[in-house]
Design a protein around this ligand. Structure first.
Ligand code: NAD
Length: 368
């Protein structure tokens, strides 16, 4: 009897199977199908604490590119959802801007402590390398250029490395794209060739808001800015002499252009009614609180510049530098946002369909 008990104790301990939330898996799979995926890969490495998801949305136009986000997700399904949602958005951004790339995103579920950051990112680099070039990784929130340099030890499929000589902050490039978009909208809607004395209200004086203010002031525009962070506002006042308004009042100001550069979902039933501008063009992702609110803007004769088209300056810079090692070429392509957007405005007016719908259709057709 004793012998039998001892034998039993020697056997590896059986772990109860973790509870599997079939409903969550099921809905994630449906979400993936709905977004038109694609591939979703995962890697777990207990030694380094790596828990990584790589969501590759589309490969039709070329290798999929997208940032690597390091974030302490509270649940695994939130991490999967984020990876899929962001990868899908990258596909649309790349396709509408004619990049020879599909969209992807890597999400790293940040552990409480990364004991050895080099080993952690080397392991992630191996994961990227295992995908054989179908995914090119890049910097995103939570990761930096040093991390990208570590990844480079294990795979060539990484951009934003110090060897490419690129800026570690994509915001100036994003701001350039938004400024070009504002110029296209001003030309189309107001028939003006310059931004001289054009009044732009900007929500958010953060990374993009700051550089956009700089771009606009240099072009002779008048800027009114709002931010809940008073230090960020003060910096723009001190450096560019802009006007300031309370964050709650930014939607009520009579101006030519409203540039949302803070949060998503700012264009909702309440705020759209309050707008007293003829153009909305800003950097924030997912500005429309509901997919169909572009119709409301269209009906109110407010020209809406699709966010995923005009905020892709950072992505264009990263992708073109990786593909061609040519910074001049990347600036040229960001400048091209002007023409892409202008063509969409013309088609929108001709077909009487909101520009956002047209842009999404073009991008989706290119991904088929
Ligand atoms: P950021 O965090 O540097 O700046 C956002 C600013 O918005 C902050 O200063 C914050 O205080 C302010 N803010 C938050 N809530 C506000 C409110 N209710 N009213 C007014 N201001 C408020 O971010 P960022 O990098 O400048 O990006 C801005 C937006 O553009 C985000 O939606 C981001 O996803 C999007 N975007 C950024 C880039 C980029 O290159 N940084 C690229 C594409 C899209």
């Amino acid at each position: 009897m004793v012998k039998a008990a001892e034998k039993h104790m020697d056997r590896p301990k059986r772990h109860a199977h973790p509870h599997v939330h079939y409903t969550v898996c099921d809905s994630l799979m449906r979400y993936a199908e709905f977004l038109g995926f694609g591939e979703i890969h995962t890697k777990i490495d207990t030694a380094t604490g790596l828990k990584a998801i790589i969501a590759i949305h589309n490969l039709k136009r070329g290798p999929a590119i997208g940032g690597c986000r390091l974030y302490p997700y509270t649940t695994i399904d939130k991490a999967f959802e984020d990876a899929m949602r962001l990868a899908h958005m990258m596909s649309l951004k790349a396709a509408i801007n004619n990049l020879p790339n599909g969209g992807a995103k890597a999400v790293l579920i940040k552990p409480k402590l990364i004991k050895d950051r080099e080993a952690y990112f080397e392991k992630f680099g191996e994961f990227v390398n295992d995908l054989g070039g179908r995914y090119i990784t890049a910097m995103d929130s939570g990761t930096n250029m040093t991390d990208m340099d570590i990844i480079l030890r294990r795979t060539p499929y990484v951009t934003c490395t110090s060897t490419l000589g690129m800026d570690s902050d994509p915001s100036p490039f994003t701001a350039l794209g938004v400024r070009r978009a504002i110029e296209a909208a001003v030309k189309f809607k107001l028939n003006r060739d310059s931004l001289d004395n054009i009044h732009v209200t900007i929500q958010g004086a953060g990374h993009v808001g700051y550089f956009l203010t700089k771009e606009l002031i240099e072009k002779g525009a008048r800027v009114t800015i709002a931010d809940i962070n008073l230090k960020a506002v003060q910096r723009c006042v001190d450096e560019f002499g802009v006007a300031v308004c309370h964050p709650n009042q930014i939607f009520d100001i009579k101006a030519d252009v409203f540039a949302p550069c803070a949060l998503g979902a700012v264009l909702n039933l309440e705020t759209i009614k309050r707008l007293k501008v003829s153009i909305v063009a800003g950097s924030a992702n997912n500005q429309l609180a509901h997919h169909h609110y572009d119709t409301l803007l269209h009906e109110q004769s407010i020209l809406y510049a699709p966010d995923f088209l005009i905020n892709a300056g950072g992505l264009i810079q990263v992708a073109v530098l990786y593909n061609h090692r040519d910074i001049k070429k990347s600036i040229e392509q960001i400048n091209n946002i002007y023409h892409t957007l202008y063509d969409i405005f013309e088609r929108s007016a001709f077909e009487n369909i909101p520009p956002n719908e047209i842009a999404e259709k073009i991008a989706r057709d290119r991904l088929q």
